[in-house]
Ligand binder design. Structure first.
Ligand SMILES: [Fe+2]
Ligand SMILES: [Fe+2]
Length: 164
C-alpha cells in the first residue's frame, strides 16, 4: 500500500478512536448536568467516529483472522505493560502526580491480565468453549470468576460487570 496513505490512515484511526472515547465521556458529563440534547449529540458523534475509525482500520487491512487478532492483542497489551506504562508510572510518581500515577498503575496491571486472557483463548483455539468474564469498572481488570475484591484496585464485587 502507498506509504503516505497508510500513515494518514493510522493518524486518522488514532484521532477518531480518541474522539469516540472523549465524546462518550462528555455524554456522561452532559447526563450528569441534565443536558439531554447535548448528551444525545455526543453519543451520536461518538458512534459516527467509531464508524470512521473502523472504516480507516479496514482500509489499512488492520483486521485479520481472530487468531491473528489475538496475537496482535497480546503484542499490544504486552508492549503497554512492559515498555509503555512502567516509565510513565515512574515519572508520574516522581512528579507527585498521584491521580496520573494511579491511572497508569491500574492500566499497567490490567493490561497484564488482558494479555494473559488473550493468550489463554489463543492457546485453546479452535476450541471455543464458554468463558465467564467479569470486568472491574474502576480499573479495567478482568476476572473469569466472581471475586469479592479486585486484586488490582481493591474495588468490591459491586464494581464488577459481567461481560456479554
Ligand atoms: Fe488492555
Ligand atoms: Fe479493579
Amino acid at each position: 500500500m502507498d506509504e503516505k496513505t497508510v500513515e494518514n490512515l493510522q493518524e486518522a484511526f488514532a484521532g477518531e478512536s480518541q474522539a469516540n472515547r472523549k465524546y462518550l465521556a462528555f455524554a456522561r458529563q452532559a447526563d450528569k448536568e441534565g443536558y439531554s440534547a447535548a448528551a444525545k449529540m455526543f453519543r451520536a458523534a461518538a458512534e459516527a467516529e467509531t464508524i470512521h475509525a473502523h472504516s480507516h482500520l479496514q482500509a489499512m487491512n488492520g483486521i485479520g483472522s481472530t487468531e491473528e487478532n489475538l496475537r496482535e492483542g497480546i503484542e499490544g497489551e504486552t508492549h503497554e505493560h512492559e515498555n509503555m506504562y512502567p516509565p510513565m508510572l515512574e515519572a508520574g510518581e516522581a512528579a507527585g502526580e498521584r491521580n496520573a500515577a494511579r491511572s497508569f498503575r491500574y492500566a499497567m496491571e490490567a493490561e497484564k491480565v488482558h494479555a494473559r486472557l488473550y493468550e489463554e483463548i489463543l492457546n485453546r483455539l479452535p476450541d471455543d468453549g464458554p468463558m465467564n468474564l467479569h470486568l472491574c469498572t474502576v480499573c479495567g481488570n478482568i476476572e473469569t470468576a466472581i471475586v469479592e475484591k479486585c486484586p488490582i484496585c481493591g474495588a468490591g464485587e459491586k464494581a464488577f460487570r459481567e461481560v456479554e
